[in-house]
Ligand binder design. Structure first.
Ligand SMILES: [Zn+2]
Length: 52
């Protein structure tokens, strides 16, 4: 019950509104709603430290 909707796919565009669907909980919501939960995928990718 604590899905953060980090994995979403584009569902459709209707009246200028993008709809996304969560791949994990199957919930559909507007892309605008998701703006509250920014998705960081490529940004701030942590560099792996060499543990030698
Ligand atoms: Zn979800």
């Amino acid at each position: 019950m604590s899905c953060e909707h980090k994995r979403t796919e584009f569902l459709m565009r209707r009246d200028g509104v993008d709809y996304l669907r969560c791949l994990e909980c199957d919930q559909v919501f507007e892309a605008e709603d998701l703006e509250q939960v920014p998705i960081y995928e490529d940004e701030e990718e942590p560099r792996r430290k060499r543990a030698s």
